[in-house]
Write a protein that binds this ligand. Structure first.
Ligand code: GTP
Length: 595
């Protein structure tokens, strides 16, 4: 155990985490030449395209120094707020963290919040200035920021480049010298912390864990504490580039278990694995059920695809336990599912995976956060969609989820960012001048305001010089109104939203304007109205258009005519018929892009 080092990497998106991780694998000969595809740690296609590490992974390296053989376990962490609970569990499995900061960019909000988590877990921090090969690197300024944040000595900061390989051996040495060995007791009852799991279509769920105390062997009868389920450990092993089975894993080490588990719901990140005989007296602290923070309806474009859609979502859920779903129906869209996601990015990823992996063409409705409605009889109704909000006469009050937002930016943008936050019902908590011309601000804000377009707006008003992170801080009472949209006097339930009463009217007006832009002109006039209860608060009209696509064919060629009609029909595929109006998919998400 003395020769084991468990560490993770904390970095802002694009600061070079994956590139540097690849160098570590290369320099420890975990990967040789050809096996080194760019960014080995991100192995999902989608991940590579988006450049975001979506699911955390772990990989073991061997390294020899001064005649001693060391086992280094790198536990990868996802870099997006939607996945912050996974980050916290990965951090809990480590004793050290590499803090990678882009020398041309400096510290960003995401780095800070993950760093605080690491410091709270008593991880030893190794600060690294990355991208030192770039001419616009600002080592001194960024070093100052790091020193202020971590409280380290300037000499502890390693200069590195994932591109040229500068500093990579220094990093490996620092991991061995500075990160403490894990502290577990090999003779105590078994306690393993699950920090991740993946689904494999042949082998079922593979759970990744760190042995905190005791040891686990192949064939052991084990219990997962939070779910209460028991399994035989069919296989245990360590994670190299592939799974490498072994007989036994001792305290401090990181590995995997395969035990015939079929769905990801049975393996919860943060849960403890122990032996059925001689179990540990209590589970490892910090376990939480991950709760979806954004809900949206997902409907097949073609009603016939409903069962296929169900099968596809079920399959996705096998390897993504944070995705929840239940059937729902909408007057406008027919039968579909109400899905719960960790955040907007998670929602986009699921939508894309449905499209790519299952060829499912779906319509997603306006997303909303989970509200808690209390009736006058003091009953709690969890509101996952606008139609679930109890009638005004029965309703006592509604609570909505709040978050604390951290923004780091340059002083010149602070005014417009504060205006933005205020417009999003934010309450200023803290304003802190950092080194140079950088400011950190904290706001308490309703999650609903963040979910829509906050991040895009923040980026545009700060010209990209603002970083943003948030964490949930519980529910607060709020005044909400249900805003309905009517097309030719027919309410379209899929376009309803819950919004704060003060914003409802403006919001309704903008929705009408946006829909007028997005819904194509048709053979008749279309009236778009926004209503709160029976009161119409805004209205726009789309003027009729007459268009005969076959007119150009002079009546002659039937097959050509048919082809054109087919083509037109195909073009309509991305449309949904609502009453007599054709509505394109993007209209359902119009609310996300209101100015
Ligand atoms: P996410 O996976 O999105 O969190 O990003 P990451 O932090 O893993 O960054 P990644 O390794 O994907 O690098 C981001 C970009 O910076 C890529 O285009 C890299 O080629 C580039 N890059 C990474 N390290 C260096 C470096 O040391 N020098 C230079 N010049 N570019 C680098």
């Amino acid at each position: 155990m003395n020769n084991i080092r468990n560490f993770c990497i904390i970095a802002h998106i694009d600061h070079g985490k994956s590139t540097l991780a690849d160098r570590l694998l290369e320099y420890t000969k975990t990967l040789e030449g050809k096996a080194l595809t760019e960014q080995t740690l991100d192995n999902m296609d989608l991940e590579r395209e988006r450049g975001i590490t979506i699911k955390s992974h772990a990989i073991q390296m061997n390294y020899e120094k001064n005649g001693q053989k060391y086992t280094l376990n790198l536990i990868d962490t996802p870099g997006h707020v939607d996945f912050s609970y996974e980050v916290s569990r990965s951090i809990a499995a480590c004793e050290g963290a590499l803090l990678i900061v882009d020398a041309t960019q400096g510290i960003q909000a995401q780095t800070i919040s993950n760093l605080y988590q690491a410091i709270n877990h008593d991880l030893h921090i190794i600060p690294i200035l990355n991208k030192m090969d770039l001419p616009n690197a600002m080592p001194e300024e960024v070093e100052d920021q790091i020193i202020e944040l971590v409280g380290c000595d300037r000499s502890e900061i390693i200069h590195a480049s994932g591109k040229t390989g500068l500093g990579v051996y220094d990093i490996l040495d620092a991991i061995i010298e500075r990160v403490p060995a894990p502290k577990g007791d090999g003779n105590a009852p078994l306690q393993c912390l699950i920090f991740d799991s993946v689904f494999n279509s042949f082998r079922g769920i593979i759970a990744y864990f760190k042995v905190v105390n005791g040891s686990i062997s192949k064939g052991d009868l084990v219990k997962f504490v939070a779910t209460g389920k028991e399994y035989y450990a069919d296989e245990v092993g360590v994670l190299r580039l592939d799974l490498q089975p072994c007989e036994k894993l001792g305290a401090g080490n990181v590995g995997y278990i395969i035990s015939g588990i079929k769905t990801s719901k049975e393996v919860k990140v943060g849960d403890t694995i122990t032996h059925v005989k001689n179990p540990c007296s209590k589970a490892i602290e910090g376990f939480e059920e991950v709760k979806p923070m954004v809900f949206a309806g997902v409907y097949p474009i073609d009603a016939e695809d409903y069962e296929d859609l169900r099968a596809s979502i079920e399959k996705l859920q096998l390897n993504d336990a944070s995705l929840t779903f239940q059937p729902e129906s909408s007057a406008a869209l027919g039968f579909g599912f109400r899905c719960g996601f960790l955040g907007l990015l998670h929602m986009e990823i699921i939508q894309e995976r449905l499209d790519r992996e299952f060829d499912m063409n779906v319509i997603t409705t306006v997303p909303n956060v989970p509200y808690k409605a209390y009736t006058k009889k003091d009953e709690l109704v969890e509101v996952h969609m606008p139609s679930m909000l109890p009638e005004a006469t029965l309703l006592d009050h509604v609570e909505e989820p709040y978050i604390r937002a951290q923004v780091i930016t340059k002083t010149e943008y602070i005014g417009s960012i504060m205006t933005l936050c205020l417009g999003k019902r934010g309450e200023l908590i803290k304003q802190n001048y950092l080194m140079g011309d950088r400011v950190e601000i904290e706001y308490d804000m309703p999650l609903a305001e963040i979910v829509f377009d906050f991040y895009d707006k923040l980026k545009s008003i700060s010209r990209g010089y603002a970083s943003f992170d948030y964490y949930p801080i519980g529910y607060r009472t709020s005044k909400l109104a249900k805003l309905d949209i009517l097309l030719n006097s027919e309410p379209v339930d899929a376009l309803s939203t819950l919004t704060h009463v003060d914003n409802a009217q403006t919001f309704g007006r903008k929705m009408c304007e946006k829909l007028q832009e997005l819904i194509p002109r048709q053979q008749f006039d279309i009236a778009i109205q926004a209503a709160i209860g029976a009161k119409i608060v805004a209205r726009e009209t789309i003027k009729a258009l007459r268009k005969d696509v076959t007119a150009k064919c002079y009546g002659g060629d039937i097959s050509r005519k048919r082809k054109l009609l087919e083509k037109q029909k195909k073009g309509k595929k991305k449309m949904k018929q609502i009453g007599n109006v054709e509505v394109p998919q993007k209209a359902f998400l119009a609310v996300l892009k209101l100015d």
